[in-house]
Ligand binder design. Structure first.
Ligand code: NCD
Ligand code: ZN
Length: 332
């Protein structure tokens, strides 16, 4: 049995820099045709020079494959229309982090004052540059995403022409909110379709399943599965694959991030097959994203074959999601 996917895309990916990038970028480009590259590098991507240098580094590391890095800029309310116009052809979106909410987000937005954000968001709206948001408050960890929903709604209403992508949604409340505004969209990760908080902390603590936002309740996972398996046109796949070295994960003060890139397509195929929804995988991993972002990736066929494949225990010093487990699909 075989499944052919055309131009699979990962619309939320952390590739890091230097040695880590050399290790992980080819693992994405083997499966995916392109990816939306997160800008939370050290320091974050905030200038044209940094963006072009980072893009070059990614292209160099993935040159064996035909891989398109769709670049993003780290949101900053000092960006004005002229600056953004000069970057319009180089970026696909801008990523907004609340300050300090996750890995390398210290330079993010400290307070959601619409008037302070207005000039930049209006410029983005005029230039048709989508805004991707890591939507979490700094409240109680299980409630952070739900507490951010009013901000999504406020932004969606105040800037009706701005496309806003709710990144890596994890709750039933977000799955509902994304449907309530015309200009809201969402990415869904592989791991939030697979696990709940129980898998992470219900037994022995599993540091490789720890990420932001944290995995939630079974009914939340159910709501995400409902959107993803039906490839609702407002949602698309974004792995949020976020590699950290083993030493940073298996440590007190475990870094947040689940590394899924090398096995994401195989595990998604398995999941969609299990739910008899294989026919919707193409839309979830490519077509929806192409429409939402108006991107036209070069055509590339990726063939998955029904053949057992045991996930390696590590890739360099990074432990992947589902390490040592056997999947039933492999990439040809
Ligand atoms: C990401 C990282 O490590 O860069 N971590 C994570 O837990 N998802 C950042 C992010 O997307 O929150
Ligand atoms: Zn992320």
């Amino acid at each position: 049995m075989q499944l052919q996917l055309t131009s699979p895309l990962d619309m939320h990916l952390h590739l890091r820099q230097e040695g880590m990038l050399q290790n992980v970028a080819p693992l994405s480009s083997k499966s995916f045709n392109g990816a939306l590259i997160m800008p939370n590098t050290l320091p974050p991507i905030t200038t044209k020079e940094m963006l072009l240098a980072y893009k070059k580094e990614i292209l160099e590391a993935t040159k064996e494959d035909n891989f398109t890095p769709y670049m993003t800029l780290f949101f900053n309310s000092s960006y004005d229309y002229d600056f953004l116009k000069s970057l319009k052809n180089e970026i696909v979106a801008i990523k907004l982090y609340p300050a300090g909410i996750t890995t390398n987000s210290e330079g993010g937005v400290a307070a959601f004052d619409i008037e302070q954000l207005r000039p930049t968001l209006e410029a983005m709206s005029k230039l048709d540059i989508p805004l991707c948001i890591h939507g979490e408050s700094n409240g109680f960890v299980m409630d952070r995403e739900a507490e951010f929903i009013p901000i999504y709604k406020q932004l969606a209403t105040a800037f009706p022409k701005l496309k806003i992508i709710m990144e890596h949604i994890t709750t039933a409340a977000s799955a509902k909110a994304v449907l309530e505004h015309k200009n809201l969209y969402a990415t869904i990760t592989l791991h939030h379709l697979y696990i709940t908080l129980d898998d992470l902390a219900g037994g022995m603590l599993q540091p490789h399943l720890f990420c932001k936002p944290i995995a939630k309740r079974p009914e939340d996972r159910e709501a995400l599965l409902n959107l993803a398996l039906n490839a609702h046109p407002k949602v698309m796949f974004g792995s949020d694959s976020a590699p950290h070295p083993k030493s940073a994960k298996e440590a007190p003060g475990c870094a947040a991030g689940v590394f899924t890139a090398p096995i994401a397509l195989q595990a998604l195929t398995e999941l969609f097959e299990k739910h008899n929804k294989l026919e919707n995988l193409q839309a979830f991993v490519s077509d929806n994203a192409q429409k939402i972002y108006k991107i036209f990736p070069p055509k590339k066929e990726v063939v998955l074959v029904k053949k057992e494949y045991t996930v390696p225990s590590s890739y360099g010093d990074v432990v992947p999601f589902l390490a040592n487990q056997t999947l039933h699909w492999s990439i040809q």
